[in-house]
Structures are given as structure tokens and as C-alpha cells.
Ligand binder design. Structure first.
Ligand SMILES: NC(=O)C1=CN([C@@H]2O[C@H](COP(=O)(O)OP(=O)(O)OC[C@H]3O[C@@H](n4cnc5c(N)ncnc54)[C@H](O)[C@@H]3O)[C@@H](O)[C@H]2O)C=CC1
Ligand SMILES: CCCCC/C=C\C=C\C(=O)C/C=C\C/C=C\CCCC(=O)O
Length: 198
């Protein structure tokens, strides 16, 4: 599927990997709704993107995507008819996510991306006990791993996302992205869904 002219919804789109996804999608001609609970980061991202792309191509919506109540009716009319369009017409956002589990019946593909370490703000949290909680004691090991395996640029992960979107044959795939091997697919002996691309 080509994304040019389509509408994409990116959760956690205000910073880090999500922000790189937004940038890549806009670069491919999509309109993008950024959903994020961090209002300040969201507004900053929207302002920065507006300097590079037409302002009407992005909208920032502040919400916690784990809160079903906050998701209800939050999409502006200009975006709503497209982002939830399926073979069966326009459906609700939460319902469309639920239907992803039944992807073959509704024209929805469901793939996952598993990246190694990526240079985003979350990596700064490693030094903060309040963010790491029980894992704080592992911070030195995590830093050693980052040094050993390398840390990727978020744009590399966005490249993987675009590959998944543009290649309609990818469904039920596990895309791994590492500094050493780049974008590749995890091979499993048996998966619950048939895949046409391995
Ligand atoms: N950075 C890394 O090395 C890797 C990150 N990941 C995962 O990828 C995802 C994104 O990671 P980063 O971009 O690095 O993180 P990040 O912390 O830099 O960005 C995450 C964004 O998601 C938003 N967010 C979090 N929970 C939310 C919620 N409930 N509702 C709305 N917005 C919410 C945050 O406000 C933030 O803007 C995370 O799940 C992370 O665990 C996976 C592998 C490697
Ligand atoms: C640790 C606190 C922050 C939590 C989320 C941030 C980062 C998450 C990183 C990962 O999930 C990646 C972890 C492990 C994979 C690391 C390297 C794999 C590379 C393998 C290879 O190159 O062959």
C-alpha cells in the first residue's frame, strides 16, 4: 500500500520512535494524527513538523491511549472517515484495533517490529531510579549491552515501518531491526497465521 494521501495514526508520536514514524509517513505523503499523553512534547513536535510539512497534514491529539474513554470521539472530522476505513466501511478506532486479531476477514494486517537499542529520550531514563524501578540495579549491564550491540537511529526503525506498510504481502511477521543485521525477519517454525513472505 502506498501511503501517499492516506491518513495514519501514530500512538506515542510525540517523540522517539513514534516521532520518527510520523516524520517518515509525512515524507511519503501521508497525513498523520499524533496521539501522545505528553502535551508539551506533542505540541513541540507538531510545531517542528509544521516548518517542514504543510500544517494541515498533521494533528496532535493529547490522550492516554490506554484509556478507552479518552479515545472515544477524539478524531477530528477531517481525519475520521479515512483512518478507520476498512473493506466494510468506516468503523470505530477501538473496534478496528480489536478486529486486527481477525485480520484476514477485515483486510487488516498485523505485524510487529522488534528493535534493538534506539537513540530516543527513553534511554535517558536508565539513570533515573524513579523511571527504572526494580530494573535500576541493572543499569550498568544495560549500558554495557548498548555499547556492545550499538544504538540505532530512530529513522532506521521508521524505514522498517515503511517497508511493512508498503509491502501488502507482510502479515503476521516479526521484523527484527538490529545494528548488526539491520532489518530482517524472525523465522519461526510454526506461526498461527500463514505468511506469503519469508
Ligand atoms: N528506545 C529503544 O531502545 C527501544 C524502545 N522500544 C519500545 O518502543 C516504544 C517507543 O520507545 P521510545 O520511542 O524509545 O520511547 P520514548 O519514551 O522516547 O517515547 C514514547 C512516547 O510514547 C508516549 N506514551 C507513552 N505511553 C503513552 C500512553 N499510554 N498514551 C499516549 N502516549 C504514550 C510518551 O509520552 C512518549 O512521547 C516503547 O514501547 C519502548 O519500550 C523497544 C525497543 C528499543
Ligand atoms: C531499560 C529501560 C528502558 C526500556 C525501554 C528502552 C529500551 C529497550 C530496548 C530493548 O528492548 C532492546 C533490548 C535488547 C536487545 C538488544 C540488542 C539486540 C541486538 C542483537 C544483535 O545485534 O544481534
Amino acid at each position: 500500500m502506498h501511503v501517499n494521501g492516506k491518513v495514519a495514526l501514530v500512538t506515542g508520536g510525540a517523540q522517539g520512535i513514534g516521532r520518527a514514524f510520523v516524520q517518515a509517513l509525512l515524507g511519503k505523503g501521508a497525513k498523520v494524527a499524533l496521539l501522545d499523553r505528553n502535551s508539551e512534547a506533542g505540541q513541540e513536535s507538531k510545531a517542528a513538523l509544521d516548518e517542514q510539512f504543510e500544517a494541515q497534514r498533521t494533528v496532535f491529539i493529547q490522550c492516554d491511549v490506554t484509556d478507552e474513554e479518552q479515545l472515544k470521539g477524539l478524531m477530528p472530522a477531517a481525519f475520521q472517515p479515512v483512518y478507520c476505513a476498512t473493506k466494510h466501511g468506516v468503523i470505530g478506532f477501538t473496534r478496528s484495533i480489536a478486529l486486527a486479531a481477525n485480520m484476514d476477514n477485515y483486510g487488516v494486517r498485523l505485524n510487529t517490529i522488534c528493535p534493538g537499542f534506539v537513540n530516543t529520550p527513553i534511554l535517558q531514563s536508565i539513570d533515573k531510579e524513579e523511571n527504572m524501578g526494580q530494573y535500576y540495579s541493572y543499569k550498568d549491564e544495560i549500558k554495557n549491552m548498548m555499547q556492545f550491540y550499538g544504538v540505532m537511529d530512530p529513522s532506521t526503525i521508521a524505514e522498517g515501518l515503511i517497508t511493512i506498510i508498503e509491502d501488502d504481502t507482510l502479515n503476521g511477521e516479526v521484523m527484527k531491526i538490529t545494528a548488526s543485521q539491520g532489518i530482517h525477519f524472525q523465522q519461526y517454525g510454526q506461526t498461527p497465521f500463514p505468511s506469503s513472505k519469508r
